[in-house]
Write a new protein. Structure first.
Length: 155
């Protein structure tokens, strides 16, 4: 098993036990699915995927996502466009997001300066940084090309 998933499962097990919640196969399946997809995923997509293999309801998927968020093994992105997206939180390299406000596409980029920036800001404000996220909103390459011939001025 991948190190990050193993760590996440241990955290989740501790969380479920600590809250007297049942450790069901479906709950672990939701966690595994988020980790398996590697990038960002929407709740609906998770449900569709899991539904192929388990008798799982939408409510279970959504409720489990809330539990996973609460115990900190996944992150939720509420972007300005489209539904919320989820991604794994354990042993993930800090990355930034380029969000296209036209088509909703999200691209990730990594840059070590993100870590330095977080460390500096944390130190300056004596703030214990837990997650780092950077969102840059704009138009992706394809959408720029699409809008170019019309001669519209970009805002
Ligand atoms: Zn786009
Ligand atoms: Zn991401």
């Amino acid at each position: 098993m991948e190190k990050s998933l193993k760590a996440a499962k241990e955290l989740f097990t501790g969380y479920l036990c600590g809250h007297n919640l049942r450790r069901t196969a479906e709950r672990y399946a939701v966690l595994e699915e988020v980790y398996a997809c590697g990038g960002h995923v929407e709740a609906e997509t998770l449900f569709q995927e899991l539904n192929k293999r388990y008798r799982v309801s939408r409510a279970t998927v959504y409720n489990t996502l809330e539990l996973l968020l609460e115990c900190g093994v996944i992150l939720r992105h509420r972007l300005e466009t489209g539904p919320a997206q989820y991604e794994r939180a354990c042993h993930v390299q800090s990355h930034g997001h380029l969000v296209c406000t036209v088509c909703g596409k999200v691209e990730e980029f990594t840059d070590n300066r993100l870590n330095d920036l977080a460390a500096d800001a944390g130190e300056a404000f004596r703030f214990a940084v837990e997650h780092r996220n950077l969102y840059l909103y704009g138009k992706c390459k394809r959408c720029q090309l699409k809008s170019a011939p019309t001669g519209k001025k970009s805002v």
